[in-house]
Design a protein around this ligand. Structure first.
Ligand SMILES: [Zn+2]
Length: 301
């Protein structure tokens, strides 16, 4: 494209128009991502999540995908946001800051009321990133946590950057002390690896050696469930994800499916939801999909 001979006013006005269109396209894309998410279409294409689909299928970088999905979720909560994006008053960076605040408050205390969220969004309009951060801090009950970051530093090693509560430091020191006889120079990375091994032993649903799972009656539902996890090696049998695994009935119980092992399989929550959409239809499933899962809601068995 050669723009060298385009008159100044035309260069500016055409660029202005294109920027406006670019913003409008962004909100159109956010709506499309929302619909793909509603149908759990990424699951039927074999992706672990909408994020993986956005990166691997649509070619976004991880950061671009993360920001768009953040904005997609926030538009659902605060519909006024769409107009602000179209007007160019808010960028994806601003939305990311607002989402960090809203998620953190929901986790630490209670979700901020819609009115407050609208107020935060309104105040952030037209501000710089620094100003937006200050606005978020003024509504926050704790310092704003930055999202965890993982990057490769060699073929076999990664660097993890994360924020933890202050008392975690004392807990880590205590654990290092307990292990000092066998490992006098244990690094933080080595300690984390040991903790991961311990956690996997305790929480892997297929692990029959986990102390709290040892006693399971033969031919019981719990045993059938454990067998399903062992068969799938504690991964979704459709997409391979380990996230929020559930034991699913291949033929749903509502359609006469049994609790027998051959009718059971392990699916992640997204693939399970997609399977339910295929079995019962989108309209029937919509009210269930909108509900946020309770922490203990792991299995349908
Ligand atoms: Zn899955």
């Amino acid at each position: 494209m050669n723009l060298r001979h385009e008159p100044d006013e035309v260069l500016i006005s055409k660029t202005e128009k294109l920027v406006r269109e670019e913003r409008e396209i962004l909100t159109v894309i956010l709506h499309r991502l929302k619909e793909i998410n509603r149908r759990r279409l990424y699951s039927s294409m074999g992706y672990k999540s909408l994020f993986h689909c956005a990166v691997e299928r649509f070619g976004y970088s991880e950061d671009q995908a993360y920001r768009r999905i953040n904005a997609m979720k926030l538009i659902d909560d605060v519909p006024e946001l769409e107009q602000k994006i179209n007007e160019g008053a808010l960028s994806l960076t601003h939305i990311g800051i607002a989402q960090t605040l809203f998620k953190q408050e929901a986790k630490l205390k209670t979700p901020l009321p819609l009115k407050i969220k609208q107020e935060v969004i309104e105040k952030m309009c037209g501000t710089s990133v620094r100003q937006a951060e200050r606005i978020a801090l003024s509504y926050s009950s704790a310092p704003l946590m930055t999202p965890d970051k993982i990057r490769a530093v060699s073929e076999d090693h990664i660097e993890i950057k994360l924020t933890v509560a202050k008392d975690v430091e004392a807990k880590l020191e205590k654990l290092k002390g307990f292990l000092a006889h066998q490992n006098p120079h244990l690094s933080l990375g080595e300690l984390v690896e040991k903790l991961c091994d311990l956690g996997l032993q305790e929480w892997d649903p297929s692990n029959s050696a986990a102390p709290r799972k040892r006693r399971v009656k033969p031919h019981s539902k719990a045993q059938a469930k454990r067998q399903a996890y062992q068969k799938s090696q504690s991964a979704c049998s459709h997409c391979g994800s380990h996230y929020a695994l559930e034991v699913d009935h291949r033929t749903p119980r509502a359609l006469g499916g049994s609790d027998k092992p051959k009718n059971l399989r392990v699916l992640c929550r997204s693939c399970n939801q997609r399977a339910a959409i295929e079995a019962f239809g989108q309209i029937k499933m919509d009210p269930f999909l909108r509900k946020r899962p309770r922490p203990h809601q792991r299995s349908r068995l």
